[in-house]
Design a protein around this ligand. Structure first.
Ligand code: ADP
Ligand code: MG
Length: 274
């Protein structure tokens, strides 16, 4: 396994794509687990009311559990609700409960409604002693461009877009990029799409290769060299409250997420200075 360097500062990623089922959650938790397994400290913020990232990290999120809703709406400090993942102790998670679904509407009349996550995250990161500094934050978004996703964009420095290697892969992407541009203009000038990850790649089909080529052509700087293969082990892992990194460490899915995570870490510093 490769040694993964610690970044010089906490890197905050939003994992976004308004399409559902493209591998946002799977990529957020597996990249987090891969970096955690390599000894880095990682925080996953689950912004999807479905709570799939919380499930995959084995973190309780049933109704009544405190989570991101309480942070956004009631001003509860993050340190009170962040929970360590039992499967990867270097990874902690701010869980999402189903009541987060109401937050899209409940946030509307609030002051600084777009910046509530950013404020809470900064307060949390600043409260940690140097020895506990978080290296990576991954914010897992719901499949929409509503206020929860806007909060994620405002809280982040970088966007990672997972793209499924299927027909219509690029559909909707221009809308996503337009929204990110609007966020840059009005709310978070430093935000940039730093990485694109090809997911559910099927080496047996021509279509996967064609889609991958097309995406690389459009975004030569951003697409990671490592693609994530379609793998049953990846899809089985969440039902065991685990990521594939611990569920089946020798599987192709685990190895590819480890490789993609190492690549993400390698490319970060030079891209940040660009
Ligand atoms: P999103 O968060 O974008 O909605 P998910 O990460 O939940 O997407 O993935 C959608 C479904 O596809 C889930 O059932 C997940 O387990 C499965 N899945 C994701 N990545 C892979 C993969 N590489 N191989 C096989 N199944 C995958
Ligand atoms: Mg998801």
């Amino acid at each position: 396994t490769r040694t993964v360097p610690r970044p010089s500062h906490t890197r905050v990623f939003t994992v976004a794509n308004q399409k559902g089922g493209v591998g946002k959650t799977t990529s957020a938790v597996n990249l987090a687990a891969a970096l955690g397994q390599s000894g880095l400290r990682v925080l996953v913020i689950d912004m999807d009311p479905q709570g799939n990232a919380s499930t995959a990290l084995g973190v309780p999120h049933s109704t009544g559990t405190s989570g991101v809703y309480d942070v956004l709406l009631d001003g509860v400090p993050m340190q009170d609700v962040v929970t360590v993942s039992p499967s990867v102790p270097q990874v902690s998670c701010l869980p999402a409960t189903i009541d987060l679904a109401g937050a899209e509407i409940e946030l509307v009349p609030l002051v600084a409604r777009e910046a509530r996550l950013r404020k809470a995250l900064h307060a949390y990161l600043d409260s940690l002693p140097a020895a506990e500094r978080v290296d990576y934050v991954f914010i897992d978004c719901p499949p929409s461009l509503g206020l929860l996703t806007v909060n994620a964009f405002v809280a982040a420095d970088e966007v990672l877009i997972p793209i499924q290697c299927e027909y219509y892969a690029l559909e909707g992407l221009s809308q996503l990029l337009t929204n990110i541009e609007m966020i840059r203009e009005h709310l978070n000038p430093g935000l940039r799409v730093s990485n694109i990850l090809l997911t559910m790649y099927d080496a047996r089909t021509k279509l996967s290769a064609q889609v991958a080529d097309e995406v690389r052509e459009h975004f030569p700087q951003q697409v990671l060299a490592t693609s994530i293969p379609r793998s049953v082990r990846i899809s089985e892992a969440p039902s065991h409250g685990e990521t594939v990194i611990t569920y089946d460490p020798a599987s192709s899915g685990a190895l590819c997420y480890l490789e993609a995570a190492a690549e993400l870490a390698d490319t970060g510093e030079e891209r940040n200075s660009a």
